[in-house]
Design a protein around this ligand. Structure first.
Ligand SMILES: [Zn+2]
Ligand SMILES: [Zn+2]
Length: 256
Protein backbone atom coordinates (compact mmCIF):
# COMPACT_ATOMS: atom_id res chain seq x y z
CA UNK A 1 0.00 0.00 0.00
CA UNK A 2 1.36 3.39 -0.95
CA UNK A 3 0.26 6.39 1.09
CA UNK A 4 0.74 9.79 -0.47
CA UNK A 5 0.28 12.66 1.94
CA UNK A 6 -1.54 15.51 0.23
CA UNK A 7 -2.23 17.68 3.26
CA UNK A 8 -1.13 17.23 6.86
CA UNK A 9 -2.46 20.30 8.67
CA UNK A 10 -5.77 21.77 9.78
CA UNK A 11 -5.05 25.23 8.37
CA UNK A 12 -4.23 26.28 4.84
CA UNK A 13 -1.46 28.70 3.88
CA UNK A 14 1.37 29.04 1.38
CA UNK A 15 3.22 26.36 3.33
CA UNK A 16 0.46 24.14 4.71
CA UNK A 17 -2.41 22.19 3.19
CA UNK A 18 -5.54 20.79 4.76
CA UNK A 19 -5.97 17.16 5.80
CA UNK A 20 -5.93 14.73 2.87
CA UNK A 21 -4.18 11.50 1.87
CA UNK A 22 -4.20 9.28 -1.19
CA UNK A 23 -3.83 5.49 -1.18
CA UNK A 24 -2.32 3.88 -4.29
CA UNK A 25 -3.39 6.89 -6.39
CA UNK A 26 -7.07 5.84 -6.31
CA UNK A 27 -8.56 6.07 -2.81
CA UNK A 28 -8.56 9.41 -1.01
CA UNK A 29 -8.85 9.82 2.75
CA UNK A 30 -10.62 13.13 3.26
CA UNK A 31 -10.66 15.92 0.72
CA UNK A 32 -8.89 18.90 2.29
CA UNK A 33 -6.35 19.35 -0.52
CA UNK A 34 -7.20 17.00 -3.36
CA UNK A 35 -7.00 19.52 -6.17
CA UNK A 36 -4.22 21.71 -4.84
CA UNK A 37 -1.89 18.72 -4.55
CA UNK A 38 -2.62 16.75 -7.71
CA UNK A 39 -2.25 17.21 -11.46
CA UNK A 40 -5.44 17.03 -13.52
CA UNK A 41 -4.46 13.55 -14.65
CA UNK A 42 -3.97 12.45 -11.03
CA UNK A 43 -7.31 14.00 -10.06
CA UNK A 44 -8.99 11.96 -12.77
CA UNK A 45 -7.35 8.85 -11.31
CA UNK A 46 -9.27 9.16 -8.03
CA UNK A 47 -11.98 6.48 -7.89
CA UNK A 48 -13.22 6.77 -4.32
CA UNK A 49 -13.07 9.08 -1.32
CA UNK A 50 -13.61 8.23 2.34
CA UNK A 51 -14.70 11.21 4.44
CA UNK A 52 -14.05 11.08 8.20
CA UNK A 53 -16.48 13.86 9.16
CA UNK A 54 -18.14 17.01 7.92
CA UNK A 55 -15.64 19.70 8.95
CA UNK A 56 -14.56 21.98 6.14
CA UNK A 57 -10.83 21.23 6.40
CA UNK A 58 -11.73 17.61 5.45
CA UNK A 59 -14.25 18.18 2.65
CA UNK A 60 -13.31 21.47 1.02
CA UNK A 61 -11.86 20.20 -2.27
CA UNK A 62 -14.92 18.20 -3.28
CA UNK A 63 -16.22 21.14 -5.32
CA UNK A 64 -13.02 21.90 -7.27
CA UNK A 65 -12.49 18.16 -7.80
CA UNK A 66 -16.02 17.82 -9.13
CA UNK A 67 -15.61 20.59 -11.67
CA UNK A 68 -12.23 19.19 -12.75
CA UNK A 69 -13.33 15.59 -13.31
CA UNK A 70 -17.01 15.92 -14.31
CA UNK A 71 -16.33 15.47 -18.01
CA UNK A 72 -14.02 12.48 -17.55
CA UNK A 73 -16.97 10.07 -17.73
CA UNK A 74 -16.22 8.38 -14.43
CA UNK A 75 -18.08 8.48 -11.18
CA UNK A 76 -16.18 9.00 -7.92
CA UNK A 77 -17.73 7.03 -5.04
CA UNK A 78 -17.78 8.90 -1.72
CA UNK A 79 -18.16 7.02 1.57
CA UNK A 80 -18.95 8.36 5.02
CA UNK A 81 -21.25 8.05 8.01
CA UNK A 82 -24.77 9.47 7.74
CA UNK A 83 -24.05 12.82 9.42
CA UNK A 84 -21.07 13.48 7.14
CA UNK A 85 -22.84 12.67 3.91
CA UNK A 86 -26.04 14.51 4.87
CA UNK A 87 -24.01 17.64 5.61
CA UNK A 88 -22.02 17.35 2.40
CA UNK A 89 -25.20 16.76 0.37
CA UNK A 90 -27.09 19.68 1.93
CA UNK A 91 -24.33 22.27 2.37
CA UNK A 92 -21.73 21.62 -0.32
CA UNK A 93 -23.16 19.45 -3.07
CA UNK A 94 -26.58 21.08 -3.27
CA UNK A 95 -26.00 22.35 -6.82
CA UNK A 96 -26.01 26.00 -5.75
CA UNK A 97 -22.35 26.98 -5.98
CA UNK A 98 -21.42 24.63 -8.80
CA UNK A 99 -23.31 22.13 -10.98
CA UNK A 100 -25.18 19.39 -9.12
CA UNK A 101 -22.45 16.75 -9.12
CA UNK A 102 -24.85 14.17 -7.68
CA UNK A 103 -27.08 14.34 -10.77
CA UNK A 104 -24.84 15.60 -13.56
CA UNK A 105 -23.51 15.12 -16.19
CA UNK A 106 -26.30 12.49 -16.07
CA UNK A 107 -28.33 10.95 -13.23
CA UNK A 108 -27.08 7.48 -14.27
CA UNK A 109 -23.40 8.53 -14.33
CA UNK A 110 -23.04 11.47 -11.96
CA UNK A 111 -19.68 12.96 -11.00
CA UNK A 112 -20.11 11.85 -7.38
CA UNK A 113 -22.14 9.06 -5.82
CA UNK A 114 -22.62 9.03 -2.03
CA UNK A 115 -22.56 5.81 0.01
CA UNK A 116 -23.58 5.92 3.65
CA UNK A 117 -21.72 3.38 5.77
CA UNK A 118 -22.69 1.82 9.10
CA UNK A 119 -20.14 1.82 11.90
CA UNK A 120 -18.53 -1.53 12.79
CA UNK A 121 -19.65 -3.02 9.48
CA UNK A 122 -17.05 -3.90 6.85
CA UNK A 123 -17.61 -2.63 3.33
CA UNK A 124 -15.79 -2.98 0.04
CA UNK A 125 -14.29 0.07 -1.57
CA UNK A 126 -12.43 -0.63 -4.81
CA UNK A 127 -10.05 -3.51 -3.97
CA UNK A 128 -9.95 -2.65 -0.27
CA UNK A 129 -11.95 -3.72 2.76
CA UNK A 130 -12.86 -0.83 5.02
CA UNK A 131 -14.69 -0.29 8.29
CA UNK A 132 -15.81 2.85 10.11
CA UNK A 133 -15.69 3.18 13.88
CA UNK A 134 -17.03 6.19 15.79
CA UNK A 135 -14.41 8.49 17.32
CA UNK A 136 -14.90 11.32 19.83
CA UNK A 137 -14.88 14.78 18.23
CA UNK A 138 -16.95 17.97 18.37
CA UNK A 139 -19.26 16.63 15.62
CA UNK A 140 -20.13 13.04 14.67
CA UNK A 141 -16.91 11.57 13.26
CA UNK A 142 -15.47 8.22 12.26
CA UNK A 143 -12.07 6.67 11.94
CA UNK A 144 -11.57 4.12 9.18
CA UNK A 145 -9.58 0.90 9.00
CA UNK A 146 -8.55 0.14 5.42
CA UNK A 147 -7.03 -3.17 4.39
CA UNK A 148 -5.58 -4.26 1.06
CA UNK A 149 -5.38 -7.85 2.26
CA UNK A 150 -1.80 -7.42 3.47
CA UNK A 151 -1.60 -4.14 5.35
CA UNK A 152 -4.22 -2.68 7.65
CA UNK A 153 -4.15 1.10 8.06
CA UNK A 154 -6.27 2.94 10.59
CA UNK A 155 -6.96 6.60 9.81
CA UNK A 156 -8.34 8.42 12.83
CA UNK A 157 -9.64 11.54 11.09
CA UNK A 158 -10.20 14.10 13.86
CA UNK A 159 -10.41 12.49 17.26
CA UNK A 160 -9.93 13.30 20.92
CA UNK A 161 -9.46 11.40 24.16
CA UNK A 162 -11.54 8.23 24.07
CA UNK A 163 -10.17 6.86 20.80
CA UNK A 164 -8.81 3.98 22.90
CA UNK A 165 -12.34 2.59 23.23
CA UNK A 166 -12.09 1.47 19.61
CA UNK A 167 -8.95 -0.69 19.81
CA UNK A 168 -10.97 -3.84 20.44
CA UNK A 169 -12.68 -3.28 17.07
CA UNK A 170 -9.66 -2.62 14.86
CA UNK A 171 -6.16 -4.08 14.66
CA UNK A 172 -4.06 -1.94 12.34
CA UNK A 173 -0.39 -2.37 11.48
CA UNK A 174 -0.20 1.37 10.78
CA UNK A 175 -1.91 4.17 12.65
CA UNK A 176 -2.37 7.45 10.78
CA UNK A 177 -3.44 9.68 13.62
CA UNK A 178 -4.14 13.29 14.21
CA UNK A 179 -2.16 15.27 16.79
CA UNK A 180 -3.50 18.79 16.60
CA UNK A 181 -2.17 20.62 19.65
CA UNK A 182 0.77 20.61 22.07
CA UNK A 183 0.47 19.25 25.61
CA UNK A 184 0.01 22.71 27.08
CA UNK A 185 -3.30 22.98 25.20
CA UNK A 186 -4.77 19.77 26.63
CA UNK A 187 -7.90 21.30 28.17
CA UNK A 188 -8.78 22.96 24.86
CA UNK A 189 -8.01 19.72 22.99
CA UNK A 190 -10.47 17.95 25.30
CA UNK A 191 -13.06 20.64 24.74
CA UNK A 192 -12.99 20.36 20.93
CA UNK A 193 -12.05 16.69 20.55
CA UNK A 194 -8.43 16.61 19.45
CA UNK A 195 -5.21 14.91 20.55
CA UNK A 196 -1.94 16.17 21.99
CA UNK A 197 1.27 14.08 22.19
CA UNK A 198 0.39 13.19 25.79
CA UNK A 199 -3.13 12.07 24.87
CA UNK A 200 -1.74 10.09 21.92
CA UNK A 201 0.67 8.37 24.31
CA UNK A 202 -2.28 7.25 26.46
CA UNK A 203 -4.04 5.94 23.33
CA UNK A 204 -0.93 4.01 22.30
CA UNK A 205 -0.47 2.43 25.72
CA UNK A 206 -4.05 1.16 25.60
CA UNK A 207 -3.43 -0.05 22.04
CA UNK A 208 -0.49 -2.08 23.37
CA UNK A 209 -2.61 -3.49 26.19
CA UNK A 210 -5.18 -4.73 23.67
CA UNK A 211 -2.87 -5.86 20.82
CA UNK A 212 0.42 -6.68 22.58
CA UNK A 213 2.55 -4.18 20.63
CA UNK A 214 2.50 -0.65 19.26
CA UNK A 215 1.49 0.06 15.65
CA UNK A 216 3.66 2.06 13.27
CA UNK A 217 2.61 5.66 13.91
CA UNK A 218 2.19 8.44 11.36
CA UNK A 219 1.08 11.85 12.63
CA UNK A 220 -1.03 14.39 10.75
CA UNK A 221 -3.53 17.28 11.17
CA UNK A 222 -1.09 19.42 13.14
CA UNK A 223 -2.22 22.96 13.96
CA UNK A 224 0.65 25.07 12.52
CA UNK A 225 1.16 27.34 15.56
CA UNK A 226 1.60 24.20 17.66
CA UNK A 227 3.83 22.31 15.23
CA UNK A 228 7.11 23.02 16.97
CA UNK A 229 5.69 21.93 20.34
CA UNK A 230 4.10 18.80 18.83
CA UNK A 231 7.38 17.76 17.19
CA UNK A 232 9.51 18.27 20.29
CA UNK A 233 6.97 16.58 22.58
CA UNK A 234 6.85 13.58 20.23
CA UNK A 235 10.66 13.43 20.31
CA UNK A 236 10.50 13.36 24.11
CA UNK A 237 7.99 10.55 23.82
CA UNK A 238 10.35 8.63 21.54
CA UNK A 239 13.09 8.91 24.15
CA UNK A 240 10.69 7.68 26.84
CA UNK A 241 9.08 4.80 24.93
CA UNK A 242 11.35 3.92 22.00
CA UNK A 243 8.43 4.54 19.68
CA UNK A 244 9.24 6.38 16.44
CA UNK A 245 6.77 8.95 15.13
CA UNK A 246 6.71 10.17 11.57
CA UNK A 247 5.19 13.64 11.47
CA UNK A 248 3.86 13.68 7.92
CA UNK A 249 4.15 16.55 5.47
CA UNK A 250 2.43 17.26 2.17
CA UNK A 251 3.92 15.38 -0.81
CA UNK A 252 5.51 12.63 1.30
CA UNK A 253 5.07 9.19 -0.26
CA UNK A 254 5.19 6.38 2.30
CA UNK A 255 5.23 2.66 1.61
CA UNK A 256 3.16 0.83 4.20
ZN1 LIG B 1 -9.85 18.79 11.04
ZN1 LIG C 1 -12.91 18.23 12.77
Amino acid sequence: MELRVLGAHNLESKDTRMECHLIDGVLALDAGSLTRSLSFEEQRGIRAIILSHRHYDHVKDLLPLGIAVRDSGTTVDIYGIEDTLNSVRERLLDGLLFPDFLKSPSPENPTFRLHTVEVYKEFKVLDYTAMAVPVPHSVPAAGFQISDGTVRLFYTGDTGRGLSEQWKHVSPHVLLTEVTFGNEHESHADLVGHLTPKLLHECLESFKEVHGSYPRVLVSHVNPPWEEAVRSELEELTQKTGLEFLVTEADMVITL
